[in-house]
Design a protein around this ligand. Sequence first.
Ligand SMILES: [Ca+2]
Length: 316
Amino acid sequence: MVSPTAASSSTASSADTSAGAGFILVPVIWVVFFLAMAVAGFTLAIRANVQHTASAAASAEAAALADAGIHLALLDLTGGQADVAWRRRFPPDGKPYACGVGAGRVVVMVMDEAGKIDLNQAGERHFRALFRGLGVATIEASSLAAAIIDYRDSDSTPLPGGAEDTQYRQAGRAAGPKNAPFDSIYELAHVIGMDEALLRKALPHVTVHSALLGVDPTKASSGLMTILTAGSTHSPDDQEEDADQPPRRRLPSELSAVSTQRAFAITSQATGERGGTLAREAIVRLTRSGAQPYEILSWRQVGAVPGGPWVDLGAC
Ligand SMILES: [Ca+2]
């Protein structure tokens, strides 16, 4: 028989044990909670890492595919130069051509730089026609054209309407004209009178690589032909002579030149199997040398290739 004292002692002991267990349970719950939080955080970090790795892999794949498109186009350019019967995937006509690599795709566009205005060779009339065609008033277009010549020529005597050191200083510019050839089309931004909106419209139509005084109308984009035609002043004789010519031929003779087929802009936009996209632009010059048939003049990542529709070639 259990005595009341013993029973009371047993009950007290049980209560103490329950209190002790409850006391231990609270920290255990906290430990489990923190462990669960740590696991959740770790899972999120792993997931973010996996996503980042997948994204990096998709970008790398697209970059490799875009670069491959450039090299395929280079193969066409050098092969076509060595062999007139060479069958080109990507003709140098400024049109986009697409071909597939597995589930990926590359869109390549090859443009002869002779279809653009050379910033170092063209005269005032070319720049005047360009800016007038882009909507600039005649007086401002003439000043801008003269300022481009003044920017690149070595002297410091401004052309009528142009700008040399004095005019740049008066305009509050820290730097004056370069007085040396343009190394890049982006230097056009430094020419006095050039604003950002006009620069954006002009850049696709200029180059520093054609080495021609004029523009080859058979290589120029339809956009530049429209701009130059609208911006140039035709004599009545020219207009009569040109009336029966197709639009791409209506460039005044003083603005025209014939391509030497030496410098080309290659744009390659790739979409990989993992969904990554990347566009690359290379400016290349053919050297006509067996050992080194071309040189890369510029190589950079760019925005999307101008819109389709493109010619679908099937597999690359
Ligand atoms: Ca100058």
